[in-house]
Design a protein around this ligand. Structure first.
Ligand SMILES: CC/C=C\C/C=C\C/C=C\C/C=C\C/C=C\C/C=C\CCC(=O)SCCNC(=O)CCNC(=O)[C@H](O)C(C)(C)COP(=O)(O)OP(=O)(O)OC[C@H]1O[C@@H](n2cnc3c(N)ncnc32)[C@H](O)[C@@H]1OP(=O)(O)O
Ligand SMILES: CCCCCCCC/C=C\CCCCCCCC(=O)OC[C@@H](O)COP(=O)(O)O
Length: 384
């Protein structure tokens, strides 16, 4: 193990990274809150400001992936489509198999200049996660309860609000609705069988309603769907803790640009189109397993220095007062103050550990674990 690698694996270094993230994140959340009155006066300016503030937070996690862990991200895509990435609004459809797939998505957002404005259809529970969830509120992220009866109106309304968004954005949709586990896979394949659909090997059966409602409400706003399939070399299952430990991974992302006009408007036809897309995605994963690569040429964008510069800025700003505070604390000699400070540090690190836990598949939700009974009983209906 080299010296740098040894340094990266040190708990103290990870503690510093987490401290900078936590402290800067809360400051940014506060600044976002301060933009509230501006939304009434100049909504577009408030949105632009929040895009930049959000960048300060999300780019720290990108910096951890790109600069701390040195993870490499390779993009397989058609060079003609490449020039459009970052220059148009798009709906991104991504497989949901890895704990850091969202972070790899963010890395590509960063490389194409849309990190601050990137959006997602996220489960409502994530809205309450400090820093990221609070940041998302000001970014107009679309939340769903994964209960169609409630989501059908709220999701459509939130999507319509994005029609005059002042910056280019990518809207991420995990159509599988939850992360892949063998049990969820087995259940969703029972649903596929009951619907007469072919089985998938590497994906859960996609939920089609969120995709349909997104495409319908972003017609005229988004130009295309970016069908994206992610995998990691050497059968790795990367984790956020691994990234913090400085472990290097190698991600491969295969992206196909599909103009939105090619996607059927009718709900049943749109659902059938999405099922076919996932069958194709499954075949790309099979190709990857067999050959170690995706089809098509590689046109990887280089990492940019901005995420690192942002991290260095916040570190300089926040580590100096921390050092002063620590010196004062130790020189005060007060046991009570030291114990209280240690308790605050412990609570903060437990909080960060809880946040990291949100990304862990074995702490994931039960969604998709127990729905088969209802859906197998009721006859399949294309429209609601
Ligand atoms: C160039 C580079 C390109 C790309 C770069 C890549 C990415 C970068 C882009 C952007 C980055 C932005 C942000 C990233 C940052 C962070 C993201 C982090 C995380 C958030 C992710 C989440 O929270 S995922 C969870 C929430 N999202 C979803 O669930 C979306 C998918 N779901 C839906 O669409 C659902 O339809 C719904 C949520 C709208 C409604 O849910 P509900 O449960 O009510 O679903 P349905 O009505 O669909 O369910 C009933 C139907 O489903 C069938 N069924 C039943 N059981 C199952 C089962 N186990 N599996 C599959 N299907 C099942 C049932 O039969 C019903 O069928 P019908 O025929 O009646 O529809
Ligand atoms: C600079 C490094 C800072 C390190 C500290 C980081 C602490 C913050 C970490 C994470 C904040 C929360 C990120 C939320 C993203 C979670 C993405 C996710 O994968 O959600 C799961 C959801 O799709 C489906 O959930 P289920 O599979 O149904 O359950």
């Amino acid at each position: 193990m080299g010296l740098l690698q040894l340094l990266k694996s040190q708990f103290l270094c990870q503690l510093i990274i987490c401290y900078v993230f936590l402290a800067s994140g809360l400051i940014v959340n506060l600044l976002q809150l301060c933009t509230s009155p501006l939304w009434l006066i100049n909504k577009q300016l408030a949105r632009r400001l929040n895009v930049r503030l959000a960048y300060c937070i999300s780019s720290q996690m990108v910096a951890a992936l790109e600069w701390w862990s040195g993870t490499e991200c390779t993009l397989y895509t058609d060079p003609k489509s490449y020039s459009l990435y970052g220059n148009e609004n798009a709906i991104v459809v991504l497989n949901h198999m890895f704990e850091i797939d969202f972070l790899c998505g963010w890395t590509f957002c960063e490389r194409f200049g849309v990190l601050g404005s990137s959006k997602v259809l996220a489960k409502k529970e994530l809205a309450y996660v400090p820093i990221i969830g609070w940041m998302w509120y000001f970014l107009e992220i679309v939340f769903c309860k994964r209960k169609w009866e409630e989501d059908r109106t709220t999701v459509a309304q939130s999507l319509q609000r994005l029609q005059d968004y002042p910056e280019n954005f990518w809207f991420l949709l995990y159509c599988e609705g939850t992360r892949f586990t063998p049990k969820k896979h087995q259940i969703s394949m029972q649903v596929a069988e009951s619907k007469g659909l072919p089985k998938l090997k590497y994906h859960l059966l996609p939920r089609t309603k969120g995709f349909w409602v997104t495409v319908q409400n972003l017609r005229g706003t988004a130009a295309a769907v970016y069908d994206s399939t992610l995998n990691f070399r050497n059968n790795e299952a990367p984790t956020l803790l691994g990234i913090l430990n400085g472990k290097k991974y190698h991600a491969d992302l295969y992206v196909r640009r599909i103009p939105l006009e090619l996607i059927p408007e009718d709900e049943a036809e749109c659902a059938a189109w999405l099922h076919k897309l996932y069958q194709e995605k499954d075949s790309f994963q099979e190709h990857y397993t067999e050959t170690g690569r995706f089809p098509g040429p590689i046109v990887s964008p280089a990492r940019r220095p901005w995420s690192l510069i942002n991290w260095l800025f916040w570190s300089c700003l926040l580590l100096y007062p921390l050092a002063l505070l620590l010196i004062q604390l130790i020189s005060s000699g007060s046991v009570l103050t030291i114990v209280v400070s240690a308790a605050i540090c412990y609570a903060a690190s437990a909080g960060v550990r809880w946040m990291i836990g949100q990304t862990e598949i074995n702490r994931g939700s039960n969604y998709g674990n127990k729905e088969q009974i209802d859906s197998l009983r009721k006859p399949s209906k294309a429209s609601t």
